[in-house]
Design a protein around this ligand. Structure first.
Ligand code: 13P
Length: 246
């Protein structure tokens, strides 16, 4: 049984005042796992605010190395020390803004494992790729290249985020979501066996209170990675509730 996961990615948004939003989030008994990934400077304060609550916190990126001369970067162990239980790696904005490759994303995921963090590995196609004939093959290659051989159902979550759906208010059709998530499940199971069957696969890209319930109906959608709608409890809570009800 895969435990549902509602994950929020605050990206480069958030003030100390906004941390109060976290304290009101609830998952209900036996409800979905709830994770919020604020910007790194807010992590320790977010950990304080969420102490004793069902909300876990995570990082948005980590370096592949455990320490060293890498100005501005953050080691996975530092996120762990700050109170994180997970870290997003390979988000499309990192791949675009910092030219991160699948091999680098894989190395970051390995660094996350070494620090005892769950890696949330992001993959997803551009609009041009979605319109072309090889879309599923492209996503499958990203999945293969970005996921370490040592991935397990405990240390890894896959997030399928079509780039053209991020922050645009556009979402794929349910047919496209189901087809893509089924392909990812098939690939994971072929490569990792039971671990692949039990690995969680999230959908991300313009998930809102208004569309969450329909998206969560898909068998191989185990939750969501939410950007804009995770910034306010009034938007994120209904998404958590829709996941709990799915
Ligand atoms: P939006 O929910 O704002 O589209 O962002 C999705 C995302 O990129 C989460 O990582």
């Amino acid at each position: 049984m895969r435990r549902k996961l509602a994950a929020g990615n605050w990206k480069m948004n958030g003030t100390p005042e906004m941390l109060a939003e976290l304290s009101t989030l609830t998952g209900g008994e036996n409800g979905p796992q709830i994770l919020i990934c604020p910007p790194a400077p807010l992590l320790t304060r977010a950990a304080d605010v969420t102490l004793g609550s069902p909300v876990e916190i995570g990082g948005q990126d980590c370096h592949a190395n455990p320490k060293g001369a890498h100005t501005g970067d953050i080691a996975a162990s530092m996120l762990k020390d700050a109170g994180a239980s997970a870290v997003i790696v390979g988000h499309s904005e990192r791949r675009t803004d910092h030219a991160e490759t699948d091999a680098q994303v894989r190395a970051k995921a390995e660094a996350a494992y070494a620090a005892g963090l769950t890696a949330i590995i992001c993959i997803g196609e551009s609009e041009e790729e979605r319109l072309g004939p090889d879309c599923l093959d492209i996503i499958a290659a990203q999945l293969d290249g970005s996921t370490p051989d040592t991935a397990t159902a405990d240390n890894t979550v896959i997030a399928y985020e079509p780039i053209w759906a991020i922050g645009t208010g556009r979402v794929p059709t349910m047919e496209q979501i189901i087809e893509t998530h089924d392909m990812i499940r098939t690939k994971l199971t072929a490569r990792f066996g039971d671990a692949g069957a039990n690995m969680r696969v999230l959908y991300g890209g313009s998930v809102k209170p208004t569309n969450a319930a329909e998206i969560f109906e898909a068998e191989n959608v185990d939750g969501a990675l939410v950007g804009g709608a995770s910034l306010k409890a009034a938007d994120f809570q209904p998404i958590i509730d829709a996941l709990a009800a799915s």
